[in-house]
Structures are given as C-alpha cells and as structure tokens.
Design a protein around this ligand. Structure first.
Ligand code: FE
Ligand code: FE
Ligand code: ZN
Length: 279
C-alpha cells in the first residue's frame, strides 16, 4: 500500500493535524519539529499527545517525519550560528523521539566559505552531541540542490557525514526528487542509473524517505523551487516511475508542493488514480 502524505502545519496542535491528515485521505505526514524560522517550540499536554497517538494508530499511519528548521546550519563556521544549530538538533532529536516520530530530517547545511570538508566536520560534531545511540528515531540527511555553498548535493557528501558519525546506525537519507534533479541527478531519463549510483555510494538500505516534489527549475540548475506534481520540469511520468519503482515503492512519500490542504487532497487523489492506471 502506498504511504503518502504532505508537509502539514501544526499551528492547531498535533491531534488536529493528524485529523487533517485523515481528512486529506493521506496516511502519513511531515511536520516541522519547531517554528521553522525561529527557535520556539510548543510543549504539548499529555492529553494532546495521547489524542495524536490514538488517531495515528487507529488510522494506521505510516512512518512520520519531522523536519528541522531551515535556519539550523550545522555546517556553519560562525560561532553563534553553530551554537544555535547544535542546540536545536540536540533538543529536537530528543523531543521528536519522545513523540515516537520515526524520522527527523535536516538540511546538512551551508559551509558559507569554510569549505565542504570543514563544514562536514562541523555537521558530524553537532550530530554526535545530539544522537546518543539510545533513541528509536532515525536522523535523515536530505539530498540538496547545491545552491550557494550548500553541502549535500552529492551523495558522497552524505556518505562522508554518516561515516564520520559516532552512531551511523541512527543516520539515514531522505531523497528529495526536486533537489536531486536540480543537483544534476537525472531521475527523468535515467532513474535506474541514479538509484544504482545511490546504492554504490551510500547503499539503498539507508534510503528511508522520499520528498516527492516536481521542480520549477531545470535539470542541474542548483536552484530549489518546488512545483506541484506534474506541473514542473520533472513531470508526472517520471514521478510515477519514482512512486512505482520496485526499490522505492514501499518507502514513505511526503509532498512539499505549493498547495493548501484542499489542493494537497486533490494532488494525492490524482497520484493514486494515475498510479493505479500505471502499474
Ligand atoms: Fe527539506
Ligand atoms: Fe525536501
Ligand atoms: Zn527544497
């Protein structure tokens, strides 16, 4: 069975958000682990968490994904930026693990001039202070477009981060279809080739989740602009091949497309329909 959901706002609380997932006819979701721009997070009451867990269980949600804030840059060489990132990742690994959320994904970060190698060293150091090896949650590194000084546009970067970590067994990968396409991995004309490359560099067993997005920007542009599925440069056919690929089809898929809940509901319905006719 297809596991699919979208990025959801948790402004109205966890339980309400889970209800909205059901209404959307989805069976998973991605949420921000805290305010995406600031440093704030809500502390949920026991009642709220209980209700959330009940809905999730009753409706047999697939693996849930939390996304760390965009302002968190673990690769930074700037003291203040790095300290903030280090605190956020440590707190949010623990907080999301406490909620029984399966995965926490983060953007590896931008080295802003200190170079990829030193950036990666900073990321590893930050991860090692956050991941104890005792938790159930798996931290996912996201594949990036490579805009500016962004780390993670090459599978090799992610491999270096994971290999350097003290608890690599708690670290996996989230593949973003928009990002890899913009980074120059040709999932439109050579999906099998990209999958083999991923397997060769990282190992397919590390792939835990897919961000399913079309791309407004062309192949290899290193620009990060998500489009609605079927309305971008990747196109519907190529994304259906991703959804139905034998080594990908059982992974959870999370849409991060520019639509509201109503739009996402229609998008998911369209995907299910096309997929049925496709396989
Ligand atoms: Fe992301
Ligand atoms: Fe993404
Ligand atoms: Zn993106």
């Amino acid at each position: 069975m297809l596991t699919i959901g979208t990025h959801m706002s948790i402004a109205k609380g966890l339980a309400k958000t889970a209800e909205n997932v059901v209404r959307m006819e989805a069976n998973t979701m991605q949420i921000f682990s805290r305010n995406p721009r600031g440093s704030n997070f809500k502390v949920y009451t026991e009642e709220e968490v209980g209700k959330f867990q009940r809905i999730r269980k009753d409706h047999q949600f697939g693996a849930l994904l939390a996304h760390a804030p965009y302002t968190m840059n673990l690769a930074s060489g700037e003291e203040r930026v790095y300290e903030f990132a280090r605190t956020v990742i440590r707190e949010d690994v623990a907080r999301m693990d406490g909620l029984g959320i399966e995965y926490l994904v983060f953007h590896p970060g931008s080295h802003t001039g200190i170079g990829v190698e030193r950036g990666i060293r900073n990321i590893i150091r930050g991860l090692d202070q956050a991941v104890t090896g005792e938790e159930n949650i798996t931290v996912l590194l996201e594949t990036m477009t490579g805009k500016g000084t962004e780390i993670g546009a090459e599978f090799g970067h992610l491999k270096a981060i994971r290999d350097g970590a003290a608890h690599p067994e708690r670290i996996g990968i989230c593949l973003d279809t928009c990002h890899v396409f913009a980074a120059g991995y040709d999932i439109v004309n050579d999906l099998d080739g990209v999958i083999s490359e991923f397997d060769r560099v990282l190992g397919l067993n590390l792939l835990k989740a897919v961000h399913l997005n079309d791309s407004m920007m062309p192949f290899g542009s290193h620009k990060d602009r998500h489009a609605v599925v079927g309305e971008g440069e990747i196109g519907l056919e190529a994304l259906l091949r991703v959804l139905s690929h034998p080594v990908l089809k059982d992974l959870p898929f999370y849409l991060e497309t520019p639509l509201d809940d109503q739009g996402h509901k229609a998008e998911i319905r369209m995907i299910r329909e096309k997929l049925n006719g496709y396989c």
